[in-house]
Design a protein around this ligand. Structure first.
Ligand code: GTP
Length: 234
């Protein structure tokens, strides 16, 4: 199975890629991480690494681009190396660690190209940063972002709120209640809930900590639930 980790910069994708792969190994599975972030060398040992083919800092220099333009261009260049990046060995789980600039998945075909080349079942895990949930509107913005990115990739997905050792997000209904009677925002939130319910196999957010491993059992169950639900649907 493939797990594509998505989410904004700093939400903890690289940290959870490493710790969740170790968790899977402790559960008796073979698990490896593929680094797709061309901007910085990973702290873990990847089974394949986009930086062997494309480095954002070199693209900046060669093509005279700023950091954001270089990241977009790096994704286009990386797409040419997908055959080398996707591992061929029989891993039980391959985790793809992606760059935090979500527009890369909206404005380049890299994400879809990757998904179309993956032969086994693929699930997206959108990682949000719990410490950044400061209001019902930041919560709904994260849920909306998760839904949009995974719709763009056309894969079933789970939203996981990371850093639960530092801050704990509340249930969806809590934020919905806070927004009741709040006019346009409240109405938007209500519609968003229906949208998320309609577009996600699992719409309840999972709380995790990449640092302590809290919530990993639940995340693993959610991944399996998505697999089974999609299996039943096909
Ligand atoms: P980009 O590569 O910029 O997209 O970031 P990322 O999403 O890969 O985040 P990364 O794993 O680099 O983590 C960002 C920071 O958050 C680091 O300082 C991590 O140590 C910290 N961090 C990640 N997960 C957790 C967590 O569960 N709890 C706490 N307290 N800190 C965390």
């Amino acid at each position: 199975m493939n797990i594509i980790l998505l989410g904004p910069a700093g939400s903890g994708k690289s940290t959870i890629a490493e710790s969740f792969s170790k968790y899977l190994e402790d559960e008796g599975y073979s698990a490896g991480v593929v680094n797709l972030d061309s901007a910085s060398p990973p702290r873990y040992s990847p089974i394949s690494d986009v930086r062997e083919f494309v480095r954002a800092e070199e693209v900046m220099e060669k093509e005279g681009l700023g950091i954001n333009g270089a990241l977009l261009r790096s994704m286009e260049l990386a797409a040419e190396h997908l055959d080398d990046l996707i591992p061929k060995d029989g891993w039980d789980f391959v985790i793809y660690d992606t760059p935090g600039q979500l527009e890369l998945f909206m404005y380049t075909s890299f994400g879809r190209e990757l998904v179309s080349r993956l032969e086994s079942f693929t699930v997206g895990v959108f990682l949000a940063d719990s410490t950044r949930v400061t209001s019902p509107s930041t919560y709904s913005a994260m849920i909306a972002q998760s839904a949009i990115v995974t719709l763009m990739l056309e894969i079933p997905s789970i939203t996981a709120f990371n850093k639960s050792d530092r801050a704990r997000v509340k249930e969806f209904e809590h934020y919905a209640r806070e927004l009741e009677g709040e006019g346009v925002l409240g109405e938007f939130f209500e519609k968003l809930l229906k949208f998320v319910e309609a577009t996600s196999v699992i719409y309840r957010p999972v709380l995790v900590s990449a640092k302590t491993g809290e919530g990993f059992d639940e995340l693993f169950s959610a991944v399996n639930e998505v697999f089974c639900a999609c299996g039943d649907l096909s």
